[in-house]
Design a protein around this ligand. Sequence first.
Ligand code: FAD
Length: 463
Amino acid sequence: SDPIHVVGGGLAGSEAAWQIAQSGLPVVLHEMRPVRATEAHQTDGLAELVCSNSFRSDDADLNAVGLLHQEMRRLGSLVMRAGDAHQVPAGGALAVDREGFSRAVTAALEAHPLVRIVREEVEGLPPEEWGSVVVATGPLTAPGLAEAIRGLTGAESLAFFDAIAPIVHRDSIDMGTAWFQSRYDKAGPGGTGADYINCPLDREQYVAFIAALVAGEKTSFKQWEASTPYFDGCLPIEVMAERGPETLRHGPMKPFGLTNPHNPTVKAYAIVQLRQDNALGTLYNMVGFQTKLTYGEQVRIFRTIPGLEKAEFARLGGLHRNTYLDSPRLLDATLRLRAAPRLRFAGQITGCEGYVESAAVGLMAGRFAAAERLGHTLAPLPPTTALGALIGHITGGHLSAEDEGAPRSFQPMNVNFGLFPPLERAPKAPDGRRLRGPEKAQAKKRALTDRARGDLAAWLGEP
Ligand code: FAD
């Protein structure tokens, strides 16, 4: 039969292509790298991780993204398989060796007999004769295609902006000042409880650091950027610093759950954490340090952090574009563009946020496209599952009739328990006691993830 076309070999497109091929249908995957580069990708590998190397929490009982990992594994996700195979230690998180991970995804797709990979830019709308297409071109969708989509959707704007964090060579960090420890000594998959490198600042150093961030020279704003909003999960540190002197100390620089072995009696006022970035453990990224300071300023200011005085940077932070649709209004329940149903969207361009979420939406887009071609009807995903909650958020499962004409307020979003339908009954302690505080919050999360597992099993037709 005719192949299904997937445009974009990132997290979403790679997963979509895999799911289509695994359902027995031929697929052509169009990836523009290395013919044309993006502002952030550095390799020609499929599923390249452009910034952090973390898939975040792997806790399927208490964390929504951990639950999403588990659901994706159950649906045969290639991204999760490659991620699991290329794990590096990261406390309770699933972090991966970015090169090994991308190589594994690329190799699996190249080896699949039903997958053909074409290295070319799709410069405008995919040709009609391609029939069913999954568009998964991501936050950095090439301008020609982005413009064509904008023309088709009539959207005012498709883009806003975002920033990435620097990476440091491990052997340039002074371990006489810094130390290894995970917050509260938490050990995750493959971890030891001492996975992060911590750099302590006293009060005076912190105050000077904040002042330097605020005064530091920033990369200039292009015109379109001035009106493009940030979203809170990825604020540049200098923007956080501008919000108030204590903001960073309560965010990425919080000092809690860590004890400096070089100086155990004195509590640090603030701490900068670095997380292992590659399997060899030679590179560490600065956690939460996305920034739009100029390169020169980053080197100067970050070297004032104790332990990083001689830091050598493998990559500095920077600004980037983010392209996404107003999906709740533009897409139907199976991710097809209402205005042109032969086009289905997946990944960050649908307004999910994050590597895992992008791959998850790719997984479902691939399954929807394959079911449609095979003439099957896929029962709607239960909204109580992480996958269902995420797709519901994107396709407007949450929109009521009154919302239809309302102004745009759709924001890219990580998967979180707020997207799940509430529990029918508050969970109780085994002895019937009413739960309170953190105990209650934990019990709720457990109840939500238990419900999700049951509903996913039922959806999969498992006994
Ligand atoms: P991508 O992975 O970007 O894949 C899209 C692919 O489409 C690319 O390979 C691109 O080359 C290709 N392409 C684009 N246009 C065309 C075209 N016209 N024809 C053919 N091919 C095309 N998420 C996190 O979880 N953690 C982070 O730390 C993080 N940092 C980010 C930093 C930056 C700079 C950016 C841009 C995003 C970041 N994200 C992060 C968000 C997001 O999760 C990732 O961008 C993720 O890779 C999105 O997956 P995707 O498949 O939608 O897009």
